[in-house]
Design a protein. Structure first.
Length: 256
């Protein structure tokens, strides 16, 4: 815990918090505006589904980039300061340092996912959505945002710690954002191989644009079965564990 606290303390002058707030503010405002336009075309009462679907779709673009920036800022401190050898000569194991940086990045990004979930709840209450607060839907939305983010952190950290030039890590984040944005347009089954595609794949709400494309009605929002996401969550968990172990092993054995 001391190592994690130290990693978070070292971020105090990295302007990571304002940048995270800016990213989340733009994304949430964009998603809520899109949801409001969608609800305006609906004939029935407003519900939670358009908001959750819009924000899950936006997560595919914004969260991979934000994760790449966050992990890069955490790992780049040691590259720029050339402090790897200093840290390794102290009583700090390489694997412990790797785990501490992962935990610090995870804490920042999980807090961002929690802010998103709270923003959805506040938006729904302020708009007077019909049903009571849907805790199950909000919990599934949080899990669908948090789990892919943790896997992406594992991948980004491996790249950021292995390569001194952070351009590669940031480029990977931008590529991931593009994949996440276009996830719904990938061939059926292809998205299962990309962690960035799971932001919409694990969304508790899916959108059917068939009626809108045909000009016969607005898009149809449907709440998915929770059990249908278990296979994807298990696959992501396994992939994240493999990436963490492989990255930790690789970085711990490489020469500084």
């Amino acid at each position: 815990m001391k190592a994690v606290a130290l990693e978070l303390y070292k971020l105090r002058r990295k302007r990571l918090l304002p940048m995270t707030v800016l990213f989340l503010g733009v994304e949430i405002a964009w998603a809520f505006a899109a949801a409001a336009r969608s609800m305006a075309r609906q004939s029935g009462p407003a519900g939670w589904e358009p908001v959750l679907a819009a924000l899950a779709s936006m997560n595919g673009l914004f969260l991979p980039i934000l994760t790449a920036v966050c992990v890069s800022r955490i790992c780049d401190m040691e590259h720029k300061g050339n402090t790897w050898k200093l840290l390794y000569t102290l009583s700090v194991r390489r694997s412990g340092l790797y785990a501490a940086k992962f935990a610090a990045a995870a804490a920042v990004m999980l807090a961002a996912c929690l802010v998103q979930t709270a923003a959805v709840a506040v938006f729904g209450i302020s708009r007077g959505f019909g049903p009571p607060l849907p805790f199950a839907l909000l919990a599934r939305f949080f899990a669908g945002a948090a789990l892919p983010t943790l896997v992406i952190i594992a991948l980004q950290q491996w790249v950021s710690m292995a390569a001194k030039n952070q351009t590669f890590a940031l480029a990977l984040g931008m590529i991931g954002g593009f994949i996440g944005l276009a996830a719904d347009f990938l061939p059926q089954g292809a998205g299962a191989f990309f962690a960035w595609a799971y932001y919409t794949g694990l969304s508790p709400v899916v959108v059917d644009y068939g009626a809108a494309a045909a000009g016969t009605g607005p898009p149809l929002f449907t709440v998915t079965d929770a059990g249908a996401s278990l296979a994807g969550m298990a696959w992501l968990s396994a992939a994240g564990a493999i990436l963490c172990l492989a990255g930790n092993l690789h970085v711990s054995r490489r020469e500084v």
